[in-house]
Design a protein around this ligand. Structure first.
Ligand code: HEM
Ligand code: HEM
Ligand SMILES: [Fe+2]
Length: 469
């Protein structure tokens, strides 16, 4: 038996994977502008391609998150989600809005500096650039999602630890999204608030959200003990908030904010990798404690990839640039882009894929063995592609920090010299090559999602032979 809410989750996952593909296409396109001067000049702007890439990034992950909760919530409370009919309609509004925005950005691209442009074409907030009408609808979908969760918990008269953390997290998650609507003319003030969107929204509220989703995954995947999973969740949440709120200061270095942020930001953000390390230890602990029970290897592999990717991409890569002494040179270079890719992928991309494998096994239960060669190929190609891209950008970014900033003193001429440096140009070429590896991995992943668990069950004798062999 499958709840209506879970059917909705499947739709969200399908939409999420489709958008993931659009994101990859837009990313590949964006990377080509770096290889040839004048690429698509006056036909399709770099900025539009990049907006499509990073906005679809935010949206495919958000859709994956909503899908995960619509899947786990009825299991957690053992009942259908309240107002599910409305949520089903909201899904189509969400999808229609995203399609309309993608079409606007592709065919209209930009408008004049007028209120009409803000409403109809682009609000200009990096990562959530969609026009205002679309952001209003997306905010409404998120509010309805919050209402679904809270109303179901109230109706069930039950509250679990994971659910309590999730509900508390939904408030800042929805409120901080409203940052998309700001139209502040003062650039310092604008950046001051914009970082709340990146740092507090994406790094803190999303991190807590995914913590809850992974807690549910661990319960279902490994049969882990709820007491242990919930205790880890509380520790991680306390640490994320304890280091992350003042850690926001690591973005207040060079934007006209008072200099006391250098010390506060440097200190607290340097502690930020600790909760991420805690998550790795947690995952390894669970793997060790429940090794014999792993019946869904792809979901488990992606869960471990999440723990390590989050620690490396967000924690280690972020730490490299977080002290003001280094950030002075690294700020806004390809080094930042290296961290952005690794962190988003490690922390959230891998988690969404893990949940989808978990869900596929449930809906295909009894039809065949949940094993394939394809999942391993997809896992390898996607992760090699992503780590390759991040490494190429790290090298390019370090060359940029060194030649443009440290030696050249940040002049325009120094910028041009750094752009022509071999470490830089070859780094950007390597990004395209690894991007193609990643793209191949995406197609193998889709193929595996379609196929895995559908084949015929292996006869018992073969199973016994494999087990003893
Ligand atoms: C085929 C794969 C991909 C390619 C070729 C690619 C390429 C690019 C390019 C060229 C940019 C613009 C950088 C700039 O403004 O100079 C970019 C930005 C970005 N991409 Fe990707 N990307 C890919 C996949 C991904 C994935 C899988 C993620 C995350 C899960 C991601 C997250 C981001 C983010 C967060 C930014 C904004 C970075 C910043 O401005 O600091 N991309 N990407
Ligand atoms: C899931 C967690 C994280 C995600 C998704 C993430 C993502 C990002 C993104 C997308 C940016 C670039 C924003 C832009 O300029 O467009 C950024 C910048 C930055 N992140 Fe993270 N991050 C995470 C965690 C961390 C952690 C834990 C640290 C430090 C220990 C960190 C340190 C930094 C620093 C210092 C910058 C600014 C780079 C610059 O000055 O150009 N991040 N992050
Ligand atoms: Fe940050």
């Amino acid at each position: 038996m499958i709840y209506r809410s879970q059917q909705l989750a499947l739709r969200y996952f399908a939409a999420s994977m489709l958008l993931f593909g659009v994101m990859i296409a837009a990313g590949l396109l964006t990377s080509l502008y770096y290889l040839r001067v004048g690429f698509l000049l006056d036909v399709f702007h770099f900025s539009t391609a990049k907006i499509l890439h990073i906005d679809t990034l935010v949206l495919w992950l958000l859709m994956g998150f909503l899908g995960s909760v619509y899947w786990f919530l009825p299991l957690e409370l053992e009942r259908e989600v309240e107002w599910i009919g409305l949520a089903q309609k909201a899904f189509w509004i969400f999808v229609g809005t995203v399609a309309a925005v993608a079409a606007t950005l592709s065919f209209v691209q930009y408008g004049g500096t007028s209120a009409a442009s803000l409403w109809l074409i682009n609000q200009g907030r990096k990562y959530v650039e969609a026009p205002r009408w679309a952001c209003v609808l997306i905010a409404a979908v998120l509010v309805l999602f919050g209402v679904n969760v809270v109303a179901t918990a109230l109706r069930a008269r039950r509250m679990t630890g994971i659910l309590a953390v999730l509900i508390a997290d939904l408030i800042p998650l929805i409120v901080l999204f409203l940052n998309a609507f700001s139209a502040e003319p003062n650039m310092s003030k604008d950046l001051f608030w914009w970082w709340w969107l990146i740092h507090l929204w994406v790094e803190a509220t999303w991190e807590v959200f995914i913590g809850c989703v992974l807690a549910w995954s661990l319960l279902h995947l490994l049969g882990a003990s709820r007491a242990i999973v919930e205790s880890w969740l509380y520790v991680e949440v306390a640490m994320v908030l304890g280091t992350g709120i003042l850690g926001l200061g690591h973005h207040y270095f060079w934007i006209g904010t008072p200099s006391y942020w250098l010390g506060i930001g440097g200190f607290f953000s340097a502690l930020e990798p600790l909760p991420l390390l805690g998550m790795v230890i947690h995952a390894i602990y669970d793997a060790g404690a429940h090794r014999h029970q792993i019946l869904n290897r792809p979901a488990f592999a992606w869960l471990l990839a999440e723990a390590f990717g989050n620690f490396l991409g967000a924690g280690v890569w972020g730490f490299m640039m977080t002290l003001p002494q280094i950030n002075l040179f690294a700020h806004g270079t390809q080094w930042t882009a290296s961290h952005s890719h690794f962190a988003f992928w490690g922390a959230y991309g891998c988690a969404v894929i893990s949940v989808i494998y978990l869900v596929l096994q449930k809906i295909r239960a009894g039809r065949g063995d949940f094993e394939s060669q394809a999942w391993k190929w997809a896992f390898a190609l996607l992760n090699i592609g992503l780590v390759g891209m991040s490494s190429a950008l790290l090298i390019a970014g370090m060359a940029q920090a060194f030649y443009e900033r440290a030696i050249g003193g940040s002049t325009f001429q120094a910028f041009l010299t750094a752009q022509a440096n071999r470490w830089m140009t070859e780094g950007l070429q390597a990004r395209v090559l690894f991007g193609l590896v990643f793209t191949l991995g995406y197609f193998v992943l889709l193929y595996d999602f379609w196929k895995i668990g559908k084949g015929r069950r292996a006869p018992e004798t073969t199973l016994r032979k494999e087990a003893s062999g």
